[in-house]
Design a protein around this ligand. Sequence first.
Ligand SMILES: C[S@@+](CC[C@H](N)C(=O)[O-])C[C@H]1O[C@@H](n2cnc3c(N)ncnc32)[C@H](O)[C@@H]1O
Length: 175
Amino acid sequence: MNNGLGLLILLTIFVFGISLIFSALSFAPWVPCRSRDLARIFKLAGLKEGQVFYDLGCGDGKLVIYAANHYKAKAIGLEISLPFYLFCRLRKIFNFKADINFKFKNLFKEDLSPADVVYFFGMPETINKKLCAKLKRELKPGAKIISYTFSLVGWTPKIIDKPTPNDLSIYLYEV
Ligand SMILES: C[S@@+](CC[C@H](N)C(=O)[O-])C[C@H]1O[C@@H](n2cnc3c(N)ncnc32)[C@H](O)[C@@H]1O
C-alpha cells in the first residue's frame, strides 16, 4: 500500500477512535435504543407539527428522522462522535424534505430553550451530575423530557412507561 494512503487510514482510525472514547466519557457510549420502542417514545412525546424535538446524543439519528418524518417536527440531533455525525449527515441526504438538523456539537454546549421535547439515552451518572441542572436552567415551562431507561434523581416522572417486565422503562417529565 502507498505510504500516504496508509497514513490517512491510520489518522482516520485515530480521529474516529478518540471521538468515540470522548463521547463515551462525556455522556454515554453509543448504544441505540430499541427500534420497537420508538412508538412508545413518541407516544409519550405527543409531538405536534412544527414543534422542536431534540435528541441529545443522537447516535445513528433514527429518532431525529422519525420525529421529522412521522410528526413533521423540527428535529435536531446533537452528536459529538464524528463517525456517527457523518453517518447522520449521510442519512439526511435521503431525507432531504424533512426538517432535520444534525449538529456536530457537544450537547452540553447547546442552548435548549427552544425545545418542546428533549429526548436522551444517557448514563445515569452523567444525566444526574451534568445534564439535570442544564435542563432545569434552560427548558421552557411545559417542555417535555423523555429519558430512555434511566430516571432523573429527585424529579417526579409524569409517566413511567414499562408495559411488560421485559420492556425497558421510558420516563416522561414535564418542566
Ligand atoms: C446511548 S447513545 C444514544 C443514541 C440515540 N440517542 C438512541 O437513543 O438510540 C448516546 C449517544 O450520545 C453521544 N454523545 C455522548 N456524549 C455526547 C456529547 N457530549 N454531546 C453530544 N453527543 C454525545 C454518543 O456518541 C452516542 O451516540
